[in-house]
Unconditional design. Structure first.
Length: 224
């Protein structure tokens, strides 16, 4: 049984009151994370540490199904509640590990968790995973397990000049022929006029500038 399937009765909707309070999780709080404060309730720190260890082991590629069943029995946790806690903790770590290490300080991370009603001792345990020695391994596994779009691996171009066409005896119109090779092995070729090429160049430069500005704003917000 998947964690998300078991967690369904415990999940809040995106419109719940806590949505968006954790800025490092984005503008809209994932429902499985939004449910965590209520689910943690009377959970003791020892049980949470065992649960956190299972999530970390799972992200490292280990089969933890038997260990999950043992924890449910030892801690007398209903399957639905344990599944929801596992899903919330997994999503929380996954989203946090996608951020550059320099963009989020441990103190700010713990403060935001406590503002969200995560107990202080459990926030410290989460911070020890996010900023601890295991982070490089977890980041590597998160990249392998995540959904990533193909990226450009090679770009080739040349300028062609049409001396004449079927309708014009003398044309002399330049055009740019481009070929993109992507990481999935596909290749895309297209031809554009010089005017369209300048438009493409401007649009790409504008998007890169906006991305850099957005990254700086997010870093400032997370470090405040």
């Amino acid at each position: 049984m998947s964690a998300m399937g078991a967690a369904a009765p415990y999940l809040n909707h995106p419109g719940d009151s806590h949505s968006g309070r954790l800025s490092f999780l984005g503008a809209q709080l994932p429902p499985e994370v939004a449910a965590m404060p209520r689910l943690l309730g009377d959970l003791d720190r020892g049980t949470f540490r065992k649960l956190l260890k299972l999530v970390v082991s799972s992200q490292q590629g280990e089969d933890c199904r038997e260990a999950v069943q043992r924890l449910a029995t030892e801690a007398c946790l209903p399957e639905e509640r344990l599944g929801a806690l596992l899903a919330g903790t997994h999503t929380l770590l996954q989203h946090t590990l996608r951020l550059p290490l320099a963009s989020l300080k441990p103190g700010a991370f713990q403060e935001q968790l406590q503002e969200f009603c995560i107990p202080q001792d459990m926030a410290m345990d989460l911070a020890s995973v996010v900023f601890g020695s295991q982070r490089p391994v977890l980041e590597s596994m998160a990249r392998q397990q995540g959904a990533w779009l193909p990226h450009v691996t090679d770009l080739r171009w040349r300028v062609d000049v049409a001396i004449s066409t079927s309708s014009l005896a003398r044309s002399l119109q330049p055009s740019v022929l481009m070929q993109l090779k992507l990481s999935d092995g596909s290749a895309h070729r297209f031809e554009v006029s010089t005017a369209k090429f300048q438009e493409l160049r401007y649009s790409v430069a504008l998007v890169l500038k906006e991305m850099a500005d957005l990254e700086r704003r997010c870093q400032h917000k997370l470090q405040d």
